[in-house]
Design a protein around this ligand. Structure first.
Ligand SMILES: [Fe+2]
Length: 310
């Protein structure tokens, strides 16, 4: 095509005839299930992650009484399986997800209650902020739950809970439910209605102090990284952002978290959702201990994980 012909073709893009033909083409694209990239590139391939999820903070002091109310009204049993109430991100309307890949919930077991055994492809852990008296039975191995404990239930391991005490107990559940749901990888199977091993040993047969898989050096769970962080009093972290999303819970102490341009005070039990590419930093007032889990192992394996520290 000569320069003159190119100019003529460009000029004709403004003609009424061109507009009518273009309209017809787009209508026929739609009917044929075709979408032109030139109209959708920005949304499909943004310059950096633009999560719908937003940074958000939940106060344990608000969650606990609501979970307790559900124990007065809702029994634990087969079908619903658990008295777990998930923390839905306000940016993910309609989905009960904490981030696009992670599901965090408060689970509550009343005195002498059992949560029936089941297994699923979703990986899970429990992190205990406070309380005791519950044992989680993982593939027949009873594991005591006490403040500071991290219990793993990897995908397809049978698990149930029993509260042998006269006090209720609540803890943080973390699962990769959204990741498994969006990728159509969900399988689920019922186990016994009551935990298969009612022993309550002080230590489980598989108790370990490792936070990772000692045979491979990789994360203990394949889809979630679990970490414990301690900041000295008055210490602050550098600002960072990563393409992984994460959830944090304050285990002990006070301080603050900065999420993009907003700063929030932190107290024991508070839970924070940090979507991908959120500018994030922590400042400790007292010594500050935090538990966190993220979807980093997934994106590391896919060679997608990107982190910036300023
Ligand atoms: Fe489960």
């Amino acid at each position: 095509m000569t320069n003159t012909e190119t100019r003529a073709a460009t000029d004709s893009f403004d003609s009424a005839e061109h507009q009518a033909r273009l309209h017809e083409l787009y209508r026929d694209f739609e009917a044929a299930g075709m979408t032109p990239l030139w109209l959708t590139r920005e949304g499909l391939m943004p310059f950096h992650p633009q999560p719908k999820a937003v940074p958000h903070l939940w106060r344990w002091a608000d969650l606990l009484p609501l979970a307790a109310r559900s124990a007065e009204l809702v029994p634990v049993g087969r079908g619903g399986e658990r008295r777990a109430i998930s923390l839905g991100n306000p940016g993910l309307a309609g989905d009960p997800y904490t981030t696009p890949t992670l599901w965090a919930a408060i689970q509550y077991l009343a005195p002498r209650e059992d949560a029936p055994e089941h297994r699923h492809t979703q990986s899970a852990f429990r992190f205990v902020l406070e309380g005791e008296g519950v044992w989680t039975v993982v593939d027949g191995d009873p594991v005591a739950m006490r403040r500071g404990d991290l219990l793993l239930t990897p995908g397809w391991a049978f698990h149930g809970h029993q509260n042998v005490s006269d006090a209720p107990m609540a803890w943080l559940d973390g699962l990769d439910i959204p990741l498994v749901a969006k990728t159509d990888q969900g399988f689920f199977e019922f186990g016994p209605d009551q935990v298969r091993n009612r022993a309550t040993p002080d230590r489980s047969a598989s108790e370990r102090l490792w936070g990772h898989n000692p045979t491979s050096g990789e994360d203990a769970l394949t889809t979630m990284r679990t970490e414990f962080h301690r900041l000295a009093a008055a210490a602050a972290t550098r600002r960072s952002r990563t393409s992984a999303s994460s959830v944090w819970q304050v285990f002990d102490g006070t301080g603050s978290v900065r999420l993009n341009d907003e700063e929030h005070p932190l107290e024991r039990g508070d839970i924070v959702a940090v979507p991908a590419w959120t500018e994030f930093s922590l400042t400790a007032e007292t010594q500050l201990d935090l538990f966190t889990f993220s979807d980093a192992p997934v994106f590391e394996k896919l060679n997608l994980l990107r982190t910036e520290i300023s």
